[in-house]
Design a protein around this ligand. Structure first.
Ligand code: SPV
Ligand code: MG
Length: 290
C-alpha cells in the first residue's frame, strides 16, 4: 500500500490521527519512535532550523529535499506543508509533482497570498487569496497528483486573518467543491472556542484537520468527542522541545565548567549510533566488504 493510501485509510478508520512535526531525518525518526502516526513536514520548523522566519523565504526545492531526506529515514507517512504552493496555480502544479515524487503522502496548502507570513505571529501579514483563485490552485493540485489517495488538504486562514466564522465556513465549502479531500482550520485564539464552534457548524462532507498550538487545552479526548476532526497536527513541538532541552544541557555545562554532571542525564553515544542505524551498516560490512 502507498504512503498516501496508508494515511487516507487511517483518516477513514481511526477516531483521530496524531501527527508530530519534524524537520530532518533524525527528528523524524524520534517522531516515529514515539508512536505518532505521521510526520508533519512543518515549514515553520524547517525555517526555524535554518534560523530564518517562516515567511516564504526557504524555497520549494528546500522543502522537497527535506521531505525526500525524511522519507528515506522512516516508514510512517509524511504530511507535507507546502505553504501557499509557492506561488499561483502554475507553481502548485510543480510543487505537487515534486513533493509527491519526494515521498510525501499528502499535502497541506494554505489560502494566503505568496509570499506569506507565519500564522501565529502577533500582527503578522495575513492576506487571504480570493476564493476563486484558491479553488483554481486546489483543482491544479488534484489534477496533478499521481496517486488518487494523495490527499489535498485545503487550509483556511480566515480565522487567523480575523475574518470570522462565516467567511471560514464559506471557504471550507468552496474548497470542498474544488476537490479538497480535507480542510485544515487554523486559529490563533487562546481558547478552543473558535475551533469548537467551527467544528460544530461544519456541515461539509470532508474531515477537519487542526493545529492546536495556541489552545493546548483541547486534548485528543476532547477532539475525538467533536467527531468530525480527524487529524491533529502538533505543529512545532519538535523544535520547541529541542530548544528547551539544549538550553538546559548547555547552561548546565557552562555552569558546571565541564560535562561530568550532564553526562549522567543525556542519552549515550550508543543511542545516537542506534538512531544512525550503525547496526545496519555493520551487517552490510560483513556481507560486502572484502
Ligand atoms: C507549520 O508548522 O509550518 C504550520 C503551522 O504551518 S503554524 O506554524 O501554526 O502556521
Ligand atoms: Mg507552515
Amino acid at each position: 500500500m502507498s504512503a498516501s493510501s496508508v494515511f487516507k485509510q487511517m483518516v477513514e478508520e481511526r477516531p483521530l490521527v496524531s501527527v508530530m512535526a519534524a524537520h530532518n531525518p533524525l527528528t523524524a525518526r524520534l517522531v516515529e519512535e514515539a508512536g505518532f502516526e505521521a510526520i508533519w513536514a512543518s515549514g515553520f520548523e524547517l525555517s526555524a532550523s535554518l534560523g530564518i522566519p517562516d515567511a516564504s523565504i526557504f524555497t520549494m526545492t528546500e522543502q522537497v529535499e527535506n521531505v525526500r531526506n525524511m522519507s528515506g529515514a522512516i516508514d510512517i507517512p509524511i504530511v507535507a506543508d507546502i505553504d501557499t504552493g509557492y506561488g499561483n496555480a502554475i507553481n502548485v502544479i510543480h510543487a505537487i509533482e515534486a513533493i509527491e515524487g519526494a515521498g510525501a503522502a499528502l499535502a497541506v496548502m494554505e489560502d494566503k497570498n505568496f509570499p506569506k507570513d507565519t500564522s501565529l505571529l502577533e500582527g503578522g501579514r495575513q492576506d487571504l487569496l480570493r476564493i476563486e483563485e484558491f479553488q483554481g490552485k486546489i483543482e491544479a493540485a488534484v489534477a496533478q497528483r499521481k496517486d488518487p489517495d494523495f490527499m489535498i488538504v485545503a487550509r483556511i486562514e480566515a480565522l487567523i486573518a480575523g475574518q470570522g466564522q462565516e467567511e471560514a465556513l464559506k471557504r471550507g465549502h468552496a474548497y470542498e467543491e474544488a476537490g479538497a479531500d480535507a480542510i485544515l482550520i487554523h486559529s490563533k485564539s487562546k481558547t478552543p472556542d473558535e475551533i469548537v464552534e467551527f467544528a460544530k457548524r461544519w456541515d461539509g462532507g470532508v474531515p477537519i484537520v487542526i493545529v492546536p498550538t495556541v489552545y493546548p487545552q483541547l486534548t485528543e479526548e476532547r477532539i475525538r468527542e467533536l467527531g468530525n476532526i480527524k487529524v491533529v497536527i502538533y505543529g512545532n513541538h519538535c523544535v520547541r522541545g529541542i530548544v528547551t532541552a539544549l538550553r538546559d544541557v548547555f547552561s548546565q555545562i557552562r555552569a558546571d565548567g565541564g560535562i561530568e554532571e550532564v553526562d549522567k542525564k543525556i542519552v549515550s553515544v550508543e543511542e545516537i549510533f542506534d538512531l544512525q542505524n550503525v547496526a545496519g551498516m555493520k551487517e552490510n560490512e560483513k556481507r560486502y566488504l572484502r
